[in-house]
Design a binder for this molecule. Sequence first.
Ligand SMILES: Cc1cc2nc3c(=O)[nH]c(=O)nc-3n(C[C@H](O)[C@H](O)[C@H](O)COP(=O)(O)OP(=O)(O)OC[C@H]3O[C@@H](n4cnc5c(N)ncnc54)[C@H](O)[C@@H]3O)c2cc1C
Length: 423
Amino acid sequence: MTVVPGGAADVIVVGAGPAGSSAAWWCAQAGLDAVVLEKAAFPREKVCGDGLTPRGVKALDDMGIDTSPASGWVRHKGLRVQGGGEVVEVDWPTLSTWPAYSVVRRRSELDALLADHAAAAGARLHTGVTVTEPLLDDAGRVVGVRAESGPDKEPIVWRAPLVVSAEGLSGRLAKSLGLVRREDRPLGVAVRRYVRTPRAHDDYLDLSFDLTEHGPSRDSMPGYGWVFGMGDGTANVGFGLLDTRRSTGADHRAVLRDWLATFPAEDHLGEEFAVTPLRGAGLPMALHRQPAYTRGLLLTGDAAGTVNPFNGEGISSAMETGRMAAETVADALAVPAGPAREAVLRRYPARLGAAYGRHHRLGMGFLALLSRPTVVRLATAHGLKRPVLVNAALRLMGNLTDGWTGDATDRVVAALTRLAPAV
Ligand SMILES: Cc1cc2nc3c(=O)[nH]c(=O)nc-3n(C[C@H](O)[C@H](O)[C@H](O)COP(=O)(O)OP(=O)(O)OC[C@H]3O[C@@H](n4cnc5c(N)ncnc54)[C@H](O)[C@@H]3O)c2cc1C
């Protein structure tokens, strides 16, 4: 079969989820010719809770995306946390680094919007193109990708001095260079469906630590459930088990059914009100694939395992790492190919480590605690009664502080984080 040359670019970005579109947008801003290859066609589904914490809002703001309700975003001012018989509403903290609200947006819309935004900035977006393997030079360095284009799977080759993998959990390119997932890192799993419900408009995002094993033991589980009102007559309901290494193989559908049965019947959250099937996917955490740079390939988002172990949030870090990769690519291409460029590129994994390493290490400790039902019961029953503790936990878990320049709570969180070794 003839291989069609796709062309050449300064950088190839593989995947147009939040990580890829962010990488492409920041590359385009830096004046680089970025080509984005995405296997799906937009709009496309992505199994997700659709929630963007203030960190996610900031990453959108930084790309000039208007997150006002008038532009279709649904805002929430905080969380309603349930656990051990307690329910508490806690507002997002008012900080100078992060906005004080979160947003939800269906991933089918969010990802199409981000891809369009990158294309509008000058990135060349090609959908319906599945990247199959890296193109290597004689020294084994990545100099492009091989792909299949369109329904006929036409073989195609794209060339660039640098490639950004934003492929999500599969991380096919990384794997083919020997970067496999670290088994000592947590891998979560989460499921969700949309339901038609009167609970679609709410100022607070519902979270619950009252998930229980379905069956005789009825132990609490290392994760949480959510109900996120989408503002359009539907809600995204689901739950995440944050560490599958500690899972007992419980039936996800039954766990969700049992938990949703604890809500009032008139909320219409059960399966009978579903408008989509229950679907699930993995949550790769704690920088599970390292190093995040090798031989011309940079890893971003889920491909690098940047999901926050405390809460399963991965959209914000996908966009943040997309930006970090783009900045690294721009700096690297500004110096001649060879040792000087390589030195710039090798700093990228350290940048990810500095941004997330210690926080994710603490998160791994949190997951270990979460797997002990008695600790969860005690912490939720007693902790949720104390607003100062809830507020501090929200900042710690969401990685939402002003750091050393912040208030006393922020400084305690910063001190705690500094004590943790990076993952
Ligand atoms: C049930 C569930 C609920 C979640 N809820 C939340 C939440 O509420 N908030 C939150 O912040 N995070 C949540 N997450 C995590 C979040 O979905 C991910 O962390 C996030 O999508 C990662 O973004 P990404 O750009 O790295 O990868 P992805 O979003 O997975 O995007 C990867 C893209 O690459 C494309 N691609 C893959 N392979 C190839 C290839 N070979 N060639 C070309 N294209 C390719 C894919 O089609 C896709 O478009 C949830 C996850 C799950 C499973």
